[in-house]
Write a protein that binds this ligand. Sequence first.
Ligand code: GLA
Length: 393
Amino acid sequence: MINKTVFEKAAKKFADHYGEPHAVSAYAPGRVEVLGNHTDYNEGYVLSAAINMGTFFLAVPSPNSKCRLVAADRDEETTFDISSVTPSTEMSWSNYVKGVFAGLSQKGEIKNGFWGLILGNIPLGAGLSSSAALEISSGLALGELYGIRVHKKNMARIGQAAEHKYAGVKCGLLDQISSIYGRKNHLVMTDFRSLDVEVVPFAGKKAGVEACFLMCNSNAKHTLADGVYNERRAKCEEAARFLAGVLKHPVKALRDVSWEELQQYSSKMDSVAAKRAAHVVGECTRVLKGKEFLAQGKVEEFGKLMFESHESSINNFENSCEELDFIVTESRKIPGIMGARLSGGGFGGSAVILIHPRDVDTASKALSSAYGKKYGHDCDIRVIKPSAGAKVL
Ligand code: GLA
């Protein structure tokens, strides 16, 4: 769902700053991870959605090899030459675009620079993938500008490579895929081995389900770049290597391991690796069950899986934090809330809450007042609508 006011503001800022109107523009939404935590880089499954908040990227070709890039919400500008696209420490926001630019230049010839501007409405650090929205919006707009055609899945890979090489986060493909493949009123079901993407009706008449999501931003520190994410990923890979050595069938990733197999060997494994694996294997099972529940209209059962997922984050993956746990524990007591869990990398950011639309107001008030009493400041609660994916405008 494109916010016209934000787009108009971006277009005006572009014209004011560069003295000419933009030539190309693209929009990419953020995402909410509904079920399937840290399963993407383990080649498992995730149910996610593109959300009704996103990022716009506007650009014109530059007359030479220089690129100029403006973050309109920060009033910051950075420049670089197409012959030397290196990560910046001061303007770390620019690294996502630089990484995408570098990825695109491997897919087609780029002879001149660009002048670009970024503006969006995704709260930063809330675990809603503002970085993927920036990668995909810039990838689409610059692809259009340079006439470089890239398949959707390769665009997702270009965004992921930008995170790996320019931001230092060894993320999976969840954020980029969700931003690209989102559909209004649908969840995105992805198999991260085959990269098959299916959209699953979520709410409304077609789905026979009356439910919506709230995002509750804990406002706790959320940064994946500080190494904890990469550490979790390394432990999962260590667990997969161990299990590949003892199981009789091929194990390429934790996706290949069943709950029973893991139970059989977990006492012989490094104890931390065993816990991390329990989270991933459990999450893969929950996603598949969750998809079935949605198809049967069993939304309350789906909500229970979300609570289970959060328990597993606390006990096995240890990627929650006190504020998120408080939100989820309170959610269990509030009438109308069917499920809640952390969403995305973890260690802060937002919780996603499954709720009946009629209970949104009362539940939001109850949650916000409980949070305020405990922490002395508000948590930010928003209704999230599964929305359409990224596009060139
Ligand atoms: C972050 C990463 C994703 C995914 C989630 C956890 O959002 O960018 O690739 O691993 O964490 O599921």
